[in-house]
Design a protein around this ligand. Sequence first.
Ligand SMILES: *[C@@H]1O[C@H](CO)[C@@H](O)[C@H](O)[C@H]1NC(C)=O
Ligand SMILES: *[C@@H]1O[C@H](CO)[C@@H](O)[C@H](O)[C@H]1NC(C)=O
Ligand SMILES: *[C@@H]1O[C@H](CO)[C@@H](O)[C@H](O)[C@H]1NC(C)=O
Ligand SMILES: *[C@@H]1O[C@H](CO)[C@@H](O)[C@H](O)[C@H]1NC(C)=O
Ligand SMILES: *[C@@H]1O[C@H](CO)[C@@H](O)[C@H](O)[C@H]1NC(C)=O
Length: 536
Amino acid sequence: MVSCGGLMNTISTVLLKFILPTVFMVYVVVTVKQWASLGTVETYSAMSCENVVGAIREYNSINSVSDHIDKYTPVEDQNTLREMMQITRLRCNCPKPPYWLKPVNERRIEEGKKWEFEKNKRLEPLSICKAMSPFNYIGGGITVEPYQTVPIVGLSLHPIVEQMLPNLNTNITLQISSTKKMGKLHLSKLITPMMLENYVISGEKAFELRINLKQNIELLKAILDNKILYSSDNYELDARDKLQITLLNFTADIYVRIRREPLPDLYDPGERNSVIDKVTVITKTFERPDVIEQFVASVHKYYPNISLIIADDSEFPKPIKKDHVKYFVMPFREGSFPGRNLALSQVRTKYVVFLDDDMFFTSETNLEIMMEKLEDPNIDMDINCGEVKNLGILKGFRSIGYNDTQGYCNMGAFFKHNNLVPGYPQCGWGEMFMFFFMAKTAVLRKIGAYPQIVQAAHEEAWIDAIGKAKCAFCPDSSVYHIRGRNKKYSAYRRESQSILFSDPLALFENNMCYWWSWYKFPRVPNFSIKVENPLT
Ligand SMILES: *[C@@H]1O[C@H](CO)[C@@H](O)[C@H](O)[C@H]1NC(C)=O
Ligand SMILES: *[C@@H]1O[C@H](CO)[C@@H](O)[C@H](O)[C@H]1NC(C)=O
Ligand SMILES: *[C@@H]1O[C@H](CO)[C@@H](O)[C@H](O)[C@H]1NC(C)=O
Ligand SMILES: *[C@@H]1O[C@H](CO)[C@@H](O)[C@H](O)[C@H]1NC(C)=O
Ligand SMILES: *[C@@H]1O[C@H](CO)[C@@H](O)[C@H](O)[C@H]1NC(C)=O
């Protein structure tokens, strides 16, 4: 091996005197060669780039520069890199809460910190790829179930390094360790004891495996070829171990994900594969017996025999007794979200339609067309909202700001023009619409509804779906809304709305220090809390 002790501290000299000229020379040779063989000018630049990298590697392996680069090139740690990425995140200054909200606000921040801590444990690691690696490896994506075994795939020598190695006359050691001690390393039984005779192995089935291969390159290649095994040794649902592999004086990090794979949530679509078998209509009603009767009649007029589930928390409920209708009576004033949860918990079909009890099916209500989109494997739509005639159309996405110490901010809506659903130009993606939709039952169950919110809350429900369901609005299916009010209903509605405006529950649930509208606190306009982004 060529000694390069004198170059240890003068990487720049190496770059200027050796690497750059070499690179340039190879570049010229390659370019000329390609011109000659391909005769096209367009292809050479992209291809020669690859060869320049090869040239650097070649030079690097000949001269063992990698030892020094590995030691002297500062590679930023994960936290620093993460902080850099966070600079462009939408941020907010949390307004001071009113005095009466202080104690609950402090509890919210405490709970929020615990939640963030759990979230950070599952962050996608940044698999930092150092330059000039003598071997190929997969930085992230290798996955294993707890207590199971996975080969560390994707390891191989760089072809030029492989060519150079026999001439280097150097001892090759291969070391691989589990830095978080979550799993053990060992070799596949295909590498037999006989093959390993004479080669010192330490730490087999331990957190670190070390092999001195002397100059046996064939054995090294055989081992790298999927024969290093990682056996998870901890019970985790979703965690990452960091493996460190050192070969030819170069160390790389490989992240292994330990993931207990959840089983599928399937629903039998029935023999006929029809909307009747695959969809249940649910609603929650309160003190409007005439309205809910009309509701049931309209649904069954257009979809006879479709399953209907109704949750009612009226004082003196009048349950509807009818085939295909399940009517659940709840304690008086149990609440809107609890009612939705109850109805949803009873659904047995793959899809569920939710609408308010004062909305009605018409000849323009088309459940088939809504279901078709949820079943299209190319678009991953979870919730398909239809139009509610004679109520406004809601659209847009939510601007969610972050504050590192005090929670999140709901800063209002933002709009994008390129939000059309591929293949369905009548539909647009968004994060808040009117309450008439068809959803995948499994997805809606996971979102759930926070039962402490008892009033007829709207934005709160949509905020809960952010990041959990992909929603779109399509006006190709609609229902009709009537203002079905009576004295008793209106009195309770007024009362509950007055509570809602000053109720901090929605803020608490989503760890929000600010909600742009609706709540009477904190009373500041959304633009005044926005933190300027230093980069854009
Ligand atoms: C969080 O909000 C507080 C109070 O408004 C503010 O002083 C702080 O700078 C904010 N922090 C971040 C990281 O946005
Ligand atoms: C390789 O290691 C052995 C000891 O394991 C040592 O005797 C030998 O000199 C080393 N060879 C080289 C080329 O470093
Ligand atoms: C690794 O580095 C040591 C000294 O740091 C050197 O003696 C050895 O030859 C290097 N091995 C390879 C394969 O580059
Ligand atoms: C609807 O259900 C009734 C029983 O409730 C049954 O007699 C009838 O055949 C069903 N109709 C359809 C179209 O499934
Ligand atoms: C404030 O809210 C309004 C209404 O949703 C929105 O149009 C505007 O973009 C928001 N401003 C900021 C700074 O988020």
